[in-house]
Write a protein of this length. Sequence first.
Length: 367
Amino acid sequence: MDQAEQMARLRLIRTRNIGPMTYGLLMRRYGSATDAVAAIPAMAKRGGRHISLASLTSAKAELELIDATGAILLLWRDSEYYPDRLAQYDDAPACVTAKGNLHLLNQPMIAIVGARNASINAQRHAQKMAAELGQNGYIIVSGMARGIDTAAHRGALPTGTIGVVAGGIDMIYPPENADLFDQVAATGLLLAEMPPGTHPTPRHFPIRNRVIASLALGVVVAEAAHRSGSLITAREAADRGSDVMAVPGSPLNPRSNGCSRLIRDGATLVQNAADVIKCISRQTNVEMPPSAPEWTDGMRQTIDQTAVDNVRESLLRDLSFDPVTIDDLIGWYEQPAPVVWAAILELEIAGLVTRHYGNRVARIAQQ
């Protein structure tokens, strides 16, 4: 890939209204980011909006900052080390910044997550479980947060751990984990979907959680209250067909209510590393989500714009805030798949609809 195409890809990724799924569809539709960048203004106009593409200057500045931090940019489907397990999902990050041992990315991973304000016993248990799983050949992935995340990373430092951060690769959060950040970067791997310089905010943590869930064969929730963010990671894992496991706790401990609920709802009860390995080893044929269509050379040829315009207007009229599968829309409108996908693309770029995991689409509530 030449530098111009790399810059065009980064501009696409950092442009408002172009998330991971939209980026993937643009690449399939146009074959290159250079062609997609050229097509976007007209697409947004047909959707009824003006769009400002991320500038070439900002893309260059980001690459320089990544290089200055000693990290590397991994592009979806175009970088040797981009993890295979992550790449197979339709909401895979269009790029991630990585710092550390890249070879860990395609080894079997297990996520250990849980409460930030975890009890001492839960933290000790998570650290011991992470160490034993590491000794059995598993890489431990977690979110670099206080509590269970920190304990899991520390337990796996000798064998390999991946920390997925919510902000930029250069943003240490929480501040007291500065030493841990250095240790993980030196002996394990740090990953970030957000660009360097991004301070983590509440909206970034669920985005990070989906990456953790996508990387791991299974997710262990070591201790979690009723509304713990780690339950988001568990839900994301379940949606991806991965194992969800929970460590039981006392019914009198509010910090264990989330784990109790997971077990009640079907998560596997685990008490030690042996239980986790037994659960993971049962995986035979994990059901994968429906993938977006491959844009063959025929599909990249001229699409009937009149048909696209008609479908676009129908989508604006028919879609609600509840997601519907795109396969259902193709059948409902009785139009070729490329026509329906092209109409959705125009509305996505205009910020009028959004796609959800599993090739579903819904309207966006306008402010």
